[in-house]
Design a protein around this ligand. Structure first.
Ligand SMILES: Nc1ncnc2c1ncn2[C@@H]1O[C@H](COP(=O)(O)OP(=O)(O)O)[C@@H](O)[C@H]1O
Ligand SMILES: [Mg+2]
Length: 328
């Protein structure tokens, strides 16, 4: 606990953003209330992304009522792997990642065998709002199961790692790779026990990791180093994240992406209240960076110009890279 406190104190000196500042100066200021449904409902996010030509895991079907649970078999078809999740869920709760079939039952990504009835029961819980924000009635979304790129094999335990980039007014400001562990049950959510690893915005090289608020350098399950890993397709991820501003209109978001073995970078979800732990994983506060972006916006406004997603990515890489880019 002491180590964590010391880290937090040291970060504060480097412009760490606390929850009050995040809410008042960023979430409230840049995120229009009326646009929240676009990010708070994963089905709406998906529809928007598809319309904008942004790749997402394919949607197999939606179940909105108890009666429609009968449609499950039809939606799954002959597939042996798929994902069921609450459209308005958060923090990885209520998500079922099915990796295989086993003698009339299903096998989850963490090896648990479950029956068809158990899946139906899970869907029913989703519909009643057990996992939704504010406990409202919800819909269940059935989608393609992402198979992570081989690059993550040595530093991830089951499930799918995701890449989170915080984006302010279309400018990427900080990135983190989240790695599932045995504890997190194949999900990449930090409070389920996944590891957060900082990522250098300029190069896509991983920095150090944090696990349950401790600083780590090795994955606890695979024992391989989590730092110094080159994420493939880095500029692609940066551009994808920057473009999500145009997609949803919210000015301060966390963009969660995955790298599928076959389909490449995909958007998993957008978050209007992204967590602050990303600062520990990057050993750097958000405030200095968000202020730099705000200064840039002022400058552009005075000149009467705006920047494209490519230009915004270039600005972020030049300003916020841990390792300065090589000239020429
Ligand atoms: N289609 C999918 N295929 C494989 N794993 C998934 C899929 N969707 C989600 N997951 C796993 O579950 C985690 C949480 O999913 P996400 O859609 O981000 O919901 P939440 O809002 O609950 O965080 C992801 O980080 C990933 O590890
Ligand atoms: Mg998520």
């Amino acid at each position: 606990m002491f180590g964590f406190w010391k880290t937090w104190k040291a970060l504060q000196a480097r412009g760490i953003m606390g929850i009050n500042r995040r809410n008042a100066d960023y979430v409230l200021k840049y995120n229009k209330r009326s646009l929240y449904p676009i990010v708070d409902d994963k089905i709406i996010t998906k529809e928007r992304a598809i319309a904008a030509g942004i790749h997402v895991p394919e949607m197999y079907g939606i179940i909105s009522t108890e009666k429609e649970i009968d449609k499950l078999d039809e939606i799954i078809g002959g597939r042996s792997d798929f994902v069921i999740k609450p459209a308005q869920g958060a923090g990885g709760d209520g998500i079922l990642v099915i990796a295989d079939r086993f003698e009339g039952r299903y096998r989850t990504v963490s090896g648990k065998i479950i029956s068809h009835e158990e899946i139906e029961h899970q869907i029913s819980s989703i519909l009643t709002g057990l996992y939704s924000l504010g406990g409202h009635r919800d819909r269940a979304l059935i989608e393609y199961r992402v198979v992570p790129d081989q690059i993550f094999k040595s530093i991830s335990y089951e499930g799918v790692p995701d890449i989170r980039i915080i984006v302010l007014m279309g400018y990427p400001v900080m990135a983190m790779l989240r790695l599932p562990t045995r504890q997190s049950g194949g999900k990449a959510n930090l409070h389920q026990g996944a590891i957060g690893v900082g990522v250098d915005l300029a190069t896509g090289l991983t920095l150090r990791g944090t696990w349950l608020n401790n600083i780590i350098t090795k994955h606890p399950d695979t024992t391989n180093a989590v730092d110094g890993v080159q994420l493939p397709n880095w500029d692609g991820f940066m551009k994808l994240a920057a473009g999500c501003y145009e997609l949803c209109g919210l000015g301060y978001i966390g963009v969660d992406m995955v790298l599928d073995q076959e389909k490449g970078p995909l958007i998993l979800e957008l978050n209007a209240r992204p967590g602050l732990n990303i600062q520990i994983a990057n050993d750097c506060g958000l405030t200095l960076r968000t202020h730099a972006v705000e200064a840039r916006l002022e400058e552009l406004k005075a000149a009467g110009v705006t920047e494209t997603a490519e230009e915004r990515v270039r600005f972020a890489q030049e300003m916020f890279g841990h390792i300065p880019p090589v000239e020429g």
